[in-house]
Design a protein around this ligand. Structure first.
Ligand code: HEC
Length: 226
């Protein structure tokens, strides 16, 4: 067996399998075993809360619907703690929508270290970015009919997203992205609980990076900023 070509190929195949298992499975587990997985509450940050506040003042009716949908009282006076809680629950809800609507069929959430992707989408994705509840399972996606979304936060305004979800071709003429009328109670100025949650989720993506409002700037320039 060891003299034949197939024997050598078999052993090489098993060897490479073991190597891949070691480098892609065991090594990351050992590297990240001391890094606790963060909860949704822990990944809510200042950048997202700014957007959340904007959504509340821009779309009061839809926002109230979202708060009610999450089982809270829309009349209650918001505090920093209640906002953090609400934002975390919104992200959990929106992630389910993102999966249910199969957004991941057309969008990836992973900037790869090849083909100068960082020039187009911002910093290459790092493993620690996926070490939280909202990445279980991770939403790397399978292909890219549309752009990568892992640095979408801060790239567009909330009302841009509303109009885009309502009718993508009204902003990008050649877009093949579907329309999502069920994110709205009428026109693009009235996103409902689904629309608002999805916009908040878009604004969260990449919000953990320091240069939030210009992630799409050439990362070499972004990194030079204080
Ligand atoms: C059939 C494939 C397809 C599906 C499904 C799809 N998209 Fe898209 N999406 C695209 C394409 C193509 C573009 C680029 C053209 C455009 O901006 O409309 C895009 C663009 C976007 C953009 C704008 C990115 C930017 O800043 O330019 C966002 C945000 C987005 N999609 C989010 C979503 C979300 C959320 C869902 C699920 C609710 C979704 N997409 C479903 C194909 C898709």
């Amino acid at each position: 067996m060891f003299e034949s070509r197939t024997g050598i190929l078999l052993i090489a195949g098993l060897g490479f399998f073991a190597l891949a298992f070691l480098s892609n499975g065991l090594v990351p587990i050992l590297m990240y075993r001391d890094m606790p997985e963060q909860t949704a509450e822990e990944v809510v940050n200042r950048h997202l809360l700014i957007q959340f506040d904007d959504l509340r003042s821009r779309y009061p009716e839809g926002f109230a619907k979202l708060v009610r949908h999450l089982g809270h009282d829309p009349e209650a006076k918001p505090t920093p703690e209640s906002d953090r809680q609400l934002a975390a629950e919104t992200l959990r809800y929106a992630r389910k929508l993102y999966i249910g609507e199969a957004c991941w069929h057309c969008h990836s959430q992973f900037v790869r270290p090849v083909s100068n992707e960082s020039r187009r989408w911002g910093p290459v994705a790092k493993s620690w970015e996926y070490q939280n509840e909202l990445q279980r399972p991770v939403l790397f996606g399978t292909r890219r009919v549309g752009p990568d979304l892992s640095r979408e936060g801060g790239r567009r305004s909330n009302d841009w997203h509303a109009v885009h979800f309502f009718k993508p071709t009204s902003l990008v003429e050649e877009s093949v992205m579907p329309e999502y009328p069920w994110f709205f109670d009428g026109d693009p100025n009235h996103p409902n609980e689904r629309g608002i949650a999805m916009i908040a989720y878009m604004q969260w993506l990449g919000s953990w990076l320091p240069h939030y409002f210009n992630n799409y700037v050439d990362p070499r320039l972004a990194e030079a900023q204080p």
